[in-house]
Design a protein around this ligand. Sequence first.
Ligand code: NAD
Length: 325
Amino acid sequence: MLRSSTTAWTSRCGSRMQYRVLGKTDLEVSIVGFGASPLGDVYGVTGPEDGERAVHLAIDEGINFFDVSPYYGLSLAESRLGVALQGRRSKVILATKCGRYGADEFDFSAGRILASVDESLRRLRTDYVDVLFAHDVEFGDLNQIVEESIPAMRRLQEQGKTRYIGITGFPLRHLIRIATSVPVDAILSYCHYNLLADDLDTVLAPIAENLGIGLINASPLHMGMLTERGSPDWHPASKETDEAARNAAEFCRNRSSDISDLALRFCFDYPRVATTLVGMATKDQVHKSLCACQAPADPQILLEVRAIFAPAFNRFWPSGREENQ
Ligand code: NAD
């Protein structure tokens, strides 16, 4: 049973979880979403029991939206999430993906998508997902995605294996091109709305709203960059952006503030997306993210951090096939 937007639940730090409807779907998702890529050890090795406890705490504390992919940890994240959700599947809105299976392994053909979803369902120990996304569409042939992948995903919807379908990716223009060519229910965008970027708001949100497409904002911490720990080795942003993030973290620390809390609150306050996906794998991270929902951002610190980020703002990196650059 999903909570409605009128009910609220109060956490240990007093936060009241809010829920928003995802586009034209009947999915009411918590504004804090659980990004499960860290369960696949994408950000370093995590204990499976830690991940399971994090998932259980998140559910107990009102988080109902979970996002995963066969790509995360090459199926490890799906398997771990499946174990953690045993006996709790009905309490969550579950999204997984198709089309991406490795750093350089993509297959958006109908045949692979149909087989891939069955594999995902087995790992997730369920017989349906709530949203199925085509994963990182800029690495595919965009015509194939429109003409073959999305129709295959609609067939899966007809078969009851997914309730809704969507697309994910990095460059906004490809997401827009697909969504204006063929109906999709949801778009998941990452690193385009947080303390380092805002073109999701200016470029994507108006079009999505016009088309009635639900928007999901992922990577509020800019894939780990806006944390005390700093960016993972594989982070694609420039050294200048990374340096700005380290300066901002230090600035916050010197004012007894925390860059992650500030970054999370900034995203949770953004009303044009249904949910913000935070990558989490421990109870501490879940707790910290929930508390960031509660603590208002200090406007002066926010102003100064945004000034530190000004030279690095809306600076993106190439992603996708050469012909899609
Ligand atoms: P993120 O910005 O959420 O950062 C995750 C990192 O921050 C991890 O190292 C995590 O340990 C750490 N962290 C989490 N909560 C914290 C807190 N409160 N304080 C300090 N550190 C904290 O990046 P992400 O995980 O890449 O994005 C979130 C989720 O969005 C992913 O797990 C995935 O589900 C989804 N996503 C999808 C795509 C796509 O479809 N192409 C791309 C990126 C993200």
